[in-house]
Design a protein around this ligand. Structure first.
Ligand code: HEM
Length: 517
């Protein structure tokens, strides 16, 4: 039963509460439907657990931003703790010292000054994405994943992943999949709800064996990456990676070796959202040729056809900015952000938010709310030209709406906002400058096959599932510039190739010589 004062919600059953109707897949969709019936703040009971879903900017502002002292905790995840020894920043409890220490170090590393220093490398990486797509357009989805993994490996560890088959890229991708496959609700027994399950010995609990395997591989990957950093520091061959800074300042930042290892791991894990945004962009460009044409016209007007885009070009591209905002509104990659938890009781406008309750920010409901967005199911970047936050100019907006809602809020707001936006921005402008995107052709009928705009992963992150499309360079002159541009970036990329494997070094030298011929 709901306690007195809890926000309303769907009817509960004895003992299990709302467990039987709790959505197992894409919960944001059912949550948004419940919000239309029960209001902007509704609650669910799942056995003894209280879940409260916030479905409006004002609800987020009142709870997550204004009362962040009470709402900055995370629900416990025994499995994440087993893998990371309780040192994963995204899952760490508030106000524990572990979270504070890791967060302080992450914010210090991801600051705008450091990011500025990484921009030449990010542009060089972006030049490789253009080249990879030019050489093998069918592989674009994988290439985007390699790009973001490599960009963040380079930013964080100073070591890039040259190919999708490079050891770190492969191990990281598999580890991310396996990590999510044990941590996500429904993928392992509900040990957080029924703690006794955690006492079952490993030989009878296959989930424990999977968790321990992820844990071992997690330590091995991030331990190895950290030793590359230490090696460069010892040899005096630093390349400006964030972890070099964290390692050198470890005493001042109070970071143990285990914390350093997990800090890098958490940050690299955060990078996956950026590839999902870029994959969404391609998906939506394929489905909306008129939007693609407008964005390309703007890019052509600013950049022209004789050189690749530069960072400074983006300041002059309001349509590109609107396009990226609309991609994130239409298909937010974290539709429920990450769950928060109440660390103390609060009463807000007559509603009770008890200590221990889990809070979800329903970004999907906030971005698809018909009260504020005209025709929210339509993909229309122009709405962000008409209004800075995309809402219909004829309505009075929810006063709590603010920029960057897709990055969550309060003390837990994403620390990678600027880095994520930078990687997405430079690659978006490059792709529009270089290529035309259209639906794939059915090999038998020759007919165009429109991509499925609803085929997404079903867990915490909504990543578009791999899809096919046709990608062609916009001209032979541009194809030539793409090859030259990659070659010109060799020195910048070389700084991050010091520890590349002999196979990757061989591949690169062959690639560069073939481009020079
Ligand atoms: C476009 C890309 C990105 C999106 C949409 C995104 C979104 C989010 C969201 C919604 C949260 C939860 C915030 C909350 O709890 O209120 C979050 C947390 C987090 N993000 Fe991002 N993120 C992105 C890129 C990145 C990048 C590039 C990094 C690292 C370099 C990163 C690292 C993190 C970390 C470590 C947290 C946990 C923070 C904490 O619990 O204190 N994110 N992100």
């Amino acid at each position: 039963r709901r306690q007195n004062g809890l926000p309303p919600g769907p009817p509960t059953y004895p003992i299990v509460g709302n467990l039987l109707t709790f959505p197992r897949k894409q919960p944001h969709i059912q949550f948004s439907a419940w919000a239309r019936t029960y209001g902007d703040i509704f609650s669910l009971k799942v056995m003894h657990l209280t879940i409260i879903v916030l479905n409006s900017p004002t609800a987020v502002k009142e709870l997550i931003d204004k009362r962040s002292q009470s709402t900055a905790n995370r629900p416990g995840s025994l499995i994440a703790d087993m893998i990371t020894g309780g040192l994963n920043m995204g899952a760490a409890r508030y106000p524990d010292k572990i979270w504070k220490t890791l967060r302080r170090a992450a914010v210090a590393m991801l600051n705008t000054n450091n990011l500025e220093k990484s921009k030449p490398m990010l542009r060089a990486e972006a030049s490789q994405l253009m080249l990879d797509v030019l050489r093998n357009p069918e592989n674009f989805y994988e290439d985007i994943s390699r790009l973001t993994t490599s960009s963040f490996l380079a930013i964080i560890y100073g070591h890039r992943a040259v190919r999708s088959s490079s050891s770190e890229a492969k191990v990281f991708r598999q580890l991310q999949l396996d990590f999510m496959n044990v941590v996500e609700v429904g993928k392992s027994p509900p040990v957080d709800l029924i703690p006794a399950l955690a006492w079952v010995p490993e030989r009878y609990a296959s989930w424990k064996r999977r968790v321990m395997s992820v844990s071992r591989r997690y330590d091995a990957l991030y331990g190895e990456l950290l030793s590359l950093v230490k090696g460069r520091v010892t040899r005096g061959q630093q390349n400006g990676a964030f972890m070099e800074d964290a390692y050198l300042r470890r005493n001042e930042l109070e970071l143990s070796d285990a914390m350093l290892l997990n800090l890098g791991g958490t940050l690299l894990g955060g990078s996956d959202t950026s590839s999902a945004v870029l994959q969404n962009l391609v998906l939506l460009l394929v489905a909306h040729p008129e939007v693609q044409a407008k964005a390309q016209k703007e890019v052509d007007d600013v950049v022209g056809h004789d050189r690749p885009p530069a960072w400074s070009d983006m300041e002059h591209m309001p349509y590109l900015r609107a396009l990226l905002e609309e991609v994130n509104r239409f298909r937010p990659v974290g539709p429920l952000a990450l769950p928060h938890a109440m660390s103390q009781d609060e009463w807000v406008d007559g509603l009770f938010f008890p200590k221990g309750a889990v809070l979800f920010i329903n970004l999907w409901a906030i971005f698809h709310d018909e009260r504020y967005f005209a025709n929210p199911e339509k993909f229309e970047p122009e709405r962000f030209l008409r209004h800075p936050l995309g809402v219909n100019p004829d309505v009075t907006d929810d006063p709590g709406r603010r920029e960057n809602m897709m990055f969550g809020g309060g003390r837990r707001v994403c620390p990678g906002i600027n880095a994520g936006k930078a990687v997405v921005g430079i690659n978006a402008v490059n792709l529009l400058w270089a290529f035309d995107f259209s639906p794939a052709k059915d090999p038998c009928s020759g007919e165009m096959v429109q991509p499925d705009l609803l085929a997404f992963t079903e867990g915490v992150n909504a990543t578009p599932l791999p899809f096919k499309c046709t990608i062609t360079p916009r001209s032979t002159a541009k194809a030539e510039i793409i090859c030259q541009c990659f070659l010109e970036q060799s020195d910048v990329l070389g700084l991050y190739e010091q520890d590349a494997s002999p196979e990757d070094k061989g591949y690169l030298s062959e690639l560069r010589s073939s481009l020079r011929r």
